[in-house]
Design a protein around this ligand. Structure first.
Ligand code: AHR
Length: 611
């Protein structure tokens, strides 16, 4: 309370306050806090919607106050804004950066003192509490699919698409996926960059150069306002028959939803701002709720005339049902980490009063599929899968969808489209691989490095993604390469056998072992020592998971780098299930917070590990 009063007085005195909301009480918390919000600009519609969402959600909490600043698109001003907010003694900062590179230092500096939530575009490194943003690649793909649907089954043969975009980071990644999706159907795309992403600019561009429309069947505009501008230009030019796809899907006058409803444009793809989630998580962070994720990636929807009404129909939030029945298809018990994961889920189910049926299968997709089918027949409220491998899931996911049962993926991913499941909760496996590679290149800065890779279960998402992430980083270096890669199936025995086989057939010429998990790395230690090769000294050992056994080996110098892959997913999963059952939309991906442990990590961080 004292902090709050001090900040409040400071604000009034300085008369710099942008918004200071009175609290109201649809939901009560014990929080008494000031949240600083630094917005990139209040010019673009998307930012205005973000501001409204933040304000609307904050109003639901007693004692939460927002102080907002508008950087007007100027990074230097935004830096100064953050410093000014800090001088008001805010409890937490929410920032939507103008330019992530320029803002990274001030965000890191702020994060040393208070929690920071970054919106829209992730900053470099990990110096923030939580990132919330859309998946721009997915948005591009969905726009591509919307265009192809409008072209119809054989419309692609001599069709052509005009893409109207503007120069921004989000636009670039959306465009790349959009063009890829459309080109795969052999439809040619022409892209034009508009100086401003506005309705007038889109309209004027087409009016001043109508040749741009020659042969065009569909226009994809990177926001609904540009899409509306394109529509006005077509009307003025008397051009008929060109369909329009927009992006953002806001409600309100001339928002994408209304434009689709009125038939002004043919489809739009929603791009959520994350404002509501930012306030909810800010409150949780301030209340020191455990299990806050590191990244929340929001879901986008493809909106057409046939689903626009359903999309806008508000699902009223309901009380948590008395009993939630959950069927969980877990993998076996291949690693120590898996046991910790299972235990965390069981415990959280008890804490959240969820009726959990967790079953284990042999590591075969067919068996796991049969188990999921059984859960479907038992009419579970939610089915959770930790898919042993990434491929082969489409038929059973379709069955679950037909039965109206939501599917949550935990710990492992599937290769199917995002629309086939409700949400993923787990780690960023690619980043884990990148972290190992970055550590290795820093640790051995001069020499050439020959790496032996111990891969996890063939076809599993962590094995595929960790490999990709590691290779992505070392591909940029001419002195580091994987000389041999063997599958150790995530088990101790598998790790030892792979190393033994290599040594027996090829002799020892390895500088580093990159093991996709701790168990495989630990399985090699004794064997290497018996062969006169000191693990950690003669060969650098990197592993992923962060179990206490691996951290003990790190402390004794036999393992050199351990990248955490947090198995304690139970609380986040049960919270997601409860939210879902109350009618809330879940994010597309909830990515856990993880650390890297090396000899330089303070010992205090190793202590009291729960697994
Ligand atoms: O899915 C995550 C992986 O599965 C872990 O890294 C490995 O130990 C586990 O068995």
């Amino acid at each position: 309370m004292r902090r709050f009063k001090r900040a409040f007085t400071g604000l009034l005195c300085l008369a710099l306050l942008a918004v200071l909301l009175p609290g109201c009480s649809t939901r009560k918390t014990s929080v008494e806090c000031v949240i600083g919000v630094s917005l990139a600009n209040l010019r673009e519609q998307w930012r205005l919607v973000l501001k409204d969402e933040l304000e609307a959600e904050a109003e639901k909490y007693d004692g939460v106050r927002l102080v907002m600043t508008d950087a007007a698109g100027d990074s230097e001003k935004q830096e100064a804004d953050v410093e000014r907010l800090m001088s008001y003694d805010i409890d937490l900062l929410i920032i939507s950066p103008t330019d992530v590179e320029a803002l990274t230092p001030v965000i890191s500096k702020t994060y040393e003192k208070i929690p920071v939530i970054v919106l829209d575009r992730a900053v470099e490194g990990y110096d923030y509490s939580l990132f919330i943003g859309p998946d721009n690649n997915l948005i591009g793909r969905q726009a591509g699919k919307a265009v192809l649907e409008l072209l119809g089954e054989d419309g692609g043969s001599d069709a052509s698409v005009l893409e109207m975009k503007n120069d921004s980071f989000a636009s670039e990644s959306r465009s790349a996926e959009f063009v890829k999706t459309v080109s795969e159907a052999e439809v040619p795309t022409r892209s034009i960059d508009l100086p401003e992403a506005t309705r007038d600019c889109a309209e004027d561009t087409l009016l001043s150069d109508p040749e741009l429309l020659e042969g065009v069947d569909v226009i994809f505009a990177h926001n609904d306002y540009m899409a509306y501008g394109a529509h006005l230009a077509l009307e003025e030019l008397g051009v008929n028959g060109i369909r329009i796809v927009g992006l953002d899907g806001f409600s309100g006058e001339n928002g994408g939803l209304q434009l689709v409803e009125q038939g002004v444009i043919d489809a739009t793809v929603t791009c959520p701002t994350g404002g509501t989630e930012a306030i909810r998580y800010a409150v949780d962070i301030i209340n020191q709720v455990s299990g806050i994720p590191k990244q929340i990636i929001l879901r986008s929807h493809q909106i057409r005339p046939d689903n626009v009404a359903d999309y806008q129909r508000e699902t009223p939030l309901t009380e948590k049902p008395a009993v939630i029945r959950v069927g969980y298809a877990q993998i076996g018990e291949e690693s120590h980490r898996r046991e910790a994961c299972t235990e965390s889920i069981r415990q959280a189910a008890k804490d959240f009063d969820v009726d959990l049926t967790m079953e284990f299968t042999q590591p075969l997709v067919e068996e796991q599929t049969r188990l999921v089918q059984r859960f479907i027949h038992q009419d579970m409220d939610v089915i959770v899968i930790s898919p042993v491998v990434a491929e082969g899931w489409l038929p059973v996911l379709e069955e679950a969808r037909a039965a109206g049962i939501p599917i949550l993926l935990v710990d492992r991913m599937v290769d199917e489209e995002e629309g086939m499941y409700t949400s993923f909760i787990g780690a960023d496996f690619e980043e884990e691989g990148r972290r190992c590679a970055r550590w290795l290149l820093d640790e051995l800065p001069e020499q050439t490095i020959r790496v032996l890779e111990l891969r996890g279960t063939e076809g599993s998402s962590p094995a595929q993604s960790r490999k990709n992430g590691f290779e992505e980083v070392i591909d940029g270096s001419s002195r580091c390469r994987i000389v041999h890669s063997a599958c150790g199936n995530f088990t101790r025995e598998g790790g030892r056998l792979a190393v033994q086989e290599y040594l027996e057939h090829r002799g020892w010429d390895i500088d580093a072992i990159f093991a996709h998990n701790d168990d495989m790395a630990l399985g090699t230690l004794e064997y290497l020592a018996e062969q006169g090769i000191q693990p950690g000294t003669d060969v650098k050992i990197m592993s992923i998971d962060g179990t206490s056994d691996a951290l003990d080996a790190l402390q004794s110098g036999r393992v050199n780098c351990v990248v955490e892959c947090n198995p304690l997913l139970g609380p986040q999963l049960m919270k997601a299930i409860t939210d879902l059952m109350q009618g809330k939309e879940l994010p597309l991906r909830i990515i856990t917070d993880e650390s890297v442990f090396t000899k330089d990590t303070p010992r205090s961080q190793f202590q009291n590990r729960k697994y």
